[in-house]
Ligand binder design. Structure first.
Ligand code: DGJ
Length: 756
């Protein structure tokens, strides 16, 4: 069994395939202590690892009454204000104005499967079990029922072990059992106290058009964090934090990762303490957060995903990819090849009408593109970004003949049709805002900040959500629309809701996110065949919470193939390629002005959901003629790319010269390697690349050539890639080990120098 309680030792022991996580109950006070997380071990008494017998500051005596004891005890979920001066996991304000929380263990449950988290996106064992509690030992849940008697507050700590993926999920439910209301001012989802093993922090930072750049940094004493107060997970910082041993690399060393299944304000923090321990925390950002908890009310935190890898960053990546593919992404497209789409944003921006879209569609259909997506500008009187959000009525001056006519025409070409919405927003210049100015988020007496000429709708209100849902649904019912791009082009500010009472204003950010989740859930329930792609000014909505609703997320507005190498590397570090929205766009690139070969743009976009974002009627005939071939390559390799194991071989962001990654099928019979030489170099010899993830005993053929290579040779000896003349040259290598090749141990005598 993956989870057991060792009664005599007072240890809860959670195992996954390669990891163990151990919790200890410190008997006198019933503290819930953290004992161990790391490589899998045999179950035995390891209570000593908590060092409860050591005597902080008092050499002769272990004085547990001293706060020094509490301040150094490794905790599972730290109380607040009572002597543990490190970052607390929870803070509560009482009616009397006091703060102070302490958790005492009461009882526990161990069950098969995983309970749902009400109203929140969360991982599940099997999609079909989501409404029940699952029933498989590969996925088991431990619930520690704890309590703060003084507050009359129940605190349940939930841990679910996903055995195969080496993942443990954590969340917390608090319940007010007293007569007085309480205010939660912080409720983190996970806290982990670890001995510092010369860790460094790995985080993802960015900006618009520069999302998810990988950053490594030393951990100094004190607190260091990434977070968002923008109401969304954001372009700038990402709800992910890993601690890796300084020497750990792609394939070796210890890595602890936490990822947050949430799409709003977050704080991910590492605190290095006086005793050189690291407290790693993840949760909703406490700043300006306050949640009123009335009698018998419950608050449930979003969940944090934890994984440990003893085989470097690469294994962490593969654990997370498998976790999200198997236990988070849902629906019809979960494991399906997505249609090759063409989106008109970079082709036309706001300047389009039915005729222009049909011209694009006709040309696209002829070249094998499977879906037309009509982006921003089809509704109200929106001809620029300064009006009409909220007025979700088709502009028949542009969409002449109406939406159904356009969709039918596109369908008649053999293509599917998709549409863009930005449901969370309202333009001051809109019928909606004129009618309901109080539906926008704002603080009374203050002019709310405009961003991209728009305000954010108050999704904490059910009347607002109802209006928005009906507006979207009515458009979807009106024509055969098979894809929706759900965009969000500004972040939250001026937090004030005309609906919430003064003492509940601190709930707005979280209620906003809950409202968003409710709407997307309703949408996918009512339109189960719809392919939903989330998006936010490019890639600001990339987070595991959104993946629960949409199997793919737009990665960045930066479609330049070379910039995308860095953005996609950071994104693929924690998200499966099946989720990464990637398109081929026109050159010079609209964001960076760079020109790259059409072929390279296609190769880079293969590492995601493939599509085009250009005016196909305007690109050169030569480029148009390359499209059918690119689409053929996409169809040929997408199953492998979507389902395979991802291996990073070289990082362009680190070496500034070239990029290389591989995807290897689970049975190791197929692999695809992508190589991009960013800078052509004079007088360079061929580059030796050692492949990864293959089976040493298999013999592989590369790109269908006669010669076969042993997996061991490819991984240890490598292949030689000819030096390229010129910049931005890309190439793909397809390896397959078919039955005959696997059995034939004798390698071909012919010794090609370069593989071409
Ligand atoms: C931002 C998105 O990322 C773009 O792809 C496009 O849809 C624009 N918004 C439209 O306003």
């Amino acid at each position: 069994m993956a989870i057991a309680y060792m009664e005599k030792e007072k240890l809860f022991w959670i195992d996954t395939k390669n990891t163990s996580y151990v919790i200890g109950i410190v008997d006198k006070e019933q503290f819930v202590g953290h004992v161990y997380y790391g490589k899998r071990m045999q179950r035995q008494d390891i209570f000593y690892l908590m060092r409860t017998g050591e005597a902080p500051f008092v050499p002769s005596k272990n004085n547990r009454e001293r706060s020094a004891f509490l301040d150094s005890l490794p905790m599972e979920y730290a109380g607040d204000g009572l002597g543990d001066y490190r970052e607390s996991s929870i803070s509560v304000k009482t009616k009397g104005g006091h703060a102070g929380v302490s958790l005492a263990f009461g009882s526990y449950e161990i069950k098969k499967g995983k309970p749902r988290l009400n109203g929140l996106p969360a991982t599940f064992y099997r999609e079909e079990d989501m409404r029940g509690e699952g029933a498989n030992e590969e996925c088991m849940t431990l619930i520690l029922h704890c309590r703060d008697e003084a507050l009359e507050l129940d605190i349940d700590l939930l841990y679910t072990a996903f055995e195969q993926e080496d993942v443990i999920t954590r969340s917390v439910t608090v319940r007010n059992t007293g007569k007085n209301e309480l205010f939660l001012t912080k409720v983190f989802s996970a806290s982990l106290d670890l001995d510092n093993q010369d860790f460094e922090m790995v985080t993802l930072h960015g900006s618009w058009a520069r999302e998810r750049q990988v950053e490594y940094r030393e951990i100094g004493y004190g607190k260091q964090s990434v977070g968002s107060l923008r109401g969304v997970s954001s372009h700038q910082e990402h709800p992910f934090l890993a601690l890796k041993e300084k020497n750990a690399g792609e394939d070796t060393g210890s890595v602890y990762a936490m990822h947050f299944v949430y799409s709003g304000n977050f704080l991910a923090q590492a605190e290095r303490t006086q005793h050189n321990m690291i407290r790693m925390t993840m949760g909703i950002h406490p700043k300006n957060f306050s949640w009123r908890l009335g009698t018998s009310e419950e608050f449930c935190t979003p969940e944090a995903i934890l994984t440990y890898s003893s085989a470097g960053m690469g294994q962490m990546t593969r654990n997370l990819h498998d976790m999200y593919r198997n236990h988070l992404i849902r629906g019809k497209y979960k494991d399906k090849k997505r249609p090759v789409l063409i989106n008109n944003w970079e082709a036309t921006y706001f300047d389009f009408d039915t005729e222009r879209l049909l011209d694009i569609a006709k040309r696209a259909a002829g070249l094998g593109i499977e879906m037309l997506v009509m982006d921003d500008g089809w509704f109200g009187h929106r001809n620029s970004d300064n009006s009409s959000l909220g007025d979700w009525q088709v502009n028949e001056e542009k969409i002449i003949g109406g939406l159904k006519h356009l969709v039918d025409e596109v369908n008649a070409l053999g293509m599917r049709f998709g549409i863009w919405f930005e449901p969370e927003m309202v333009s001051p210049d809109s019928k909606l805002y004129r009618k309901h100015p109080d539906w926008a988020i704002k603080i009374p007496g203050r002019e709310p900040a405009l961003s991209r000429n728009q305000y954010v709708l108050d999704f904490s209100r059910s009347d607002v959500r109802e209006y928005v849902y009906e507006s979207v649904a009515q458009i979807l019912h009106g024509a055969n629309i098979e894809y929706v791009k759900w965009d969000m082009n500004r972040q939250l500010s001026d937090l004030g809701s005309a609906f919430l009472s003064p003492e509940c204003q601190g709930e707005l950010s979280h209620r906003y996110v809950l409202g968003l989740y409710e709407l997307q859930e309703r949408l996918i329930q009512e339109f189960p065949d719809l392919l939903l792609e989330n998006c936010s000014g490019g890639g600001a909505r990339f987070d595991p919470g959104m993946l629960y609703y949409s199997p793919q997320i737009w990665c960045s507005d930066d479609t330049d193939a070379i910039e995308r190498l860095k953005i996609q590397e950071g994104t693929a570090m924690i998200y499966p390629l099946s989720a990464i929205g990637a398109h081929v766009s026109d050159c010079p690139n609209h964001t960076v002005g760079r020109s790259t070969p059409f072929e390279t743009r296609g190769i880079v976009a293969l590492a995601g959901t493939f599509g085009y974002e250009l005016d196909i009627t305007k690109i050169s005939e030569e480029e148009q003629q390359m499209i059918p071939k690119q689409i053929e390559v996409y169809h040929k390799y997408n199953d492998l790319i979507r389902r395979g194991d991802y291996y990073r071989i070289a990082s362009y962001s680190a070496n500034h010269e070239y990029d290389c990654y591989m995807v290897v099928s689970k049975d190791k019979r197929e692999a695809l390697m992508t190589y991009i030489q960013v800078l052509g170099e004079p007088n360079r010899r061929s580059r030796r690349i050692c492949l990864k993830g293959l089976k040493p005993e298999y013999n592989y053929r590369i790109n269908g050539k006669d010669r076969v290579y042993g997996g061991d040779v490819l991984m240890s000896g490598g292949i030689l890639i000819e030096s390229r003349k010129g910049d931005f040259k890309g190439e793909i290598f397809y390896l397959n080990a078919q039955e005959s090749v696997i059995k034939d141990k004798k390698l071909d005598k012919k010794n090609d120098k370069n593989i071409k």
